[in-house]
Design a binder for this molecule. Structure first.
Ligand code: ATP
Length: 363
């Protein structure tokens, strides 16, 4: 059984910069957690502290019941794969994967078996006796993964391991990683700024912003129910549409009027907020050629950027501009009048400071 990783009020400052801001979280054992966030949010610093490569300013790190905060990286017995793997000149793939096993004084017979099994599972047998330095980026990165996995550590940390490989190799590497994780059930933390990578690889995403984990959960849940405007914007390709509204209090009933909604829309569960932000994902916006119940009229400004086999349209509705992702078969020239529906079930409401409001909308 792999260990869970528990962080208690982990903090790292660099002069006035708070890179990691008192994070307390448990990464469950035998699962893949992606640390996802934009550049500079503290992902690498957090990862390096877990690895023992960076000293925390304060706070503690546990692997299972063991407090590892003061242990060296080698005492922590973890596997690591970085964006730029270290390449030892002249070393073949086989010997590079075997070396850590030699250091662990594992018998020759078992070494051979483990290395072969790992190389087979990553489809690397063809290059087993090639020098690592002569491999292309993607294969070299797979060799680095093999080296980390073959040792069978309980914990493996990946820091943007596939950022520098081309798209087709990315798919291959992702598949290989998924297979390995299933097979060995290690506890994996995977740092990335690429949401597609996180969505496809993670059991759970821990979304980071400004040194904090602002939301964690299954990829679908975070995608469907971001607890902040930042989460709605950062996840998605492109992220949510946001439209500012001033709440209209018709008597005591808070309402949203126009432009996205065909009818005045009642808000229940709202407290004092009077300025709110409506968020809806482009793929939830429905576009019709003819007026439909609950649709509003708009004009296509731009169209036809294909994203994942769909059209991305920019549509002007009154003085608001939103994006809609529509099926490939739907394509309208700029200037076309269209009818747009934002289904209330898929609309999120955020406060002016960006946190999600627990409200419901109804016509
Ligand atoms: P990226 O994806 O660009 O690597 P990140 O999310 O991994 O970003 P970190 O590299 O952890 O973020 O950096 C977090 C913050 O800490 C940034 O403001 C960065 O400038 C700062 N920082 C990181 N390492 C150092 C250092 N050695 N000295 C000073 N500041 C640092």
């Amino acid at each position: 059984m792999a260990s869970e990783i528990r962080l208690e009020k982990l903090r790292r400052e660099f002069g006035p910069t708070i890179a990691v801001d008192d994070i307390s979280i448990t990464f469950p054992s035998s699962s893949v957690t992606c640390l996802l966030g934009p550049s500079g949010c503290g992902k690498t610093t957090l990862m390096r502290m877990i690895a023992g490569l960076q000293e925390p300013t304060s706070g503690e790190i546990y692997f299972g019941d063991q407090n590892v905060t003061d242990l060296t990286p080698s005492q922590r017995n973890i596997g690591m794969v970085f964006q730029y793997p270290v390449v030892y000149r002249g070393t073949t793939v086989f010997s590079s994967v075997e070396l850590p096993l030699r250091q662990q004084r594992i018998s020759a017979k078992e070494r051979k078996q483990r290395v072969t099994e790992t190389l087979e599972s990553l489809d690397l047998m063809d290059v087993a006796y090639e020098p690592v330095a002569e491999l292309n980026n993607a294969t070299r990165q797979k060799a680095a993964v093999a080296r980390a996995v073959a040792r069978q550590p309980q914990i493996i940390l990946f820091d943007e391991p596939i950022t520098n490989v081309d798209v087709s190799a990315k798919v291959q590497l992702k598949r290989a990683l998924k297979g390995l994780v299933k097979q060995h059930a290690q506890t994996i933390i995977y740092v990335t700024h690429d949401q597609t990578e996180a969505m496809t690889l993670a059991d759970e995403i821990a979304l980071m912003q400004s040194g904090k984990i602002i939301q964690r959960g299954r990829p679908r849940d975070i995608y469907n129910d971001p607890n902040s405007r930042f989460g709605g914007w950062f996840l998605g390709n492109p992220g949510m549409n946001f439209v500012d509204y001033t709440v209209n209090r018709d008597g005591e009933q808070p309402m949203l009027n126009d432009p996205l909604f065909a009818q005045p829309t009642r808000i229940s569960g709202l407290n004092g907020d009077s300025n709110v932000v409506v968020g809806i994902r482009p793929e939830r916006v429905t576009v019709y050629e003819e007026p439909m119940p609950n649709s509003v009229e708009g004009t296509v400004l731009r169209s036809s950027v294909v994203v994942g086999g769909q059209h991305l349209m920019t549509i002007q509705i009154g003085d608001v501009v939103i994006k809609a992702k529509v099926p490939y078969t739907q394509n309208y020239e700029p200037g076309t009048t269209v009818y747009v529906e934002c289904p209330l079930d898929y609309v999120s409401l955020f406060a002016a400071d960006g946190h999600r409001l627990e409200t419901e909308l109804a016509y």
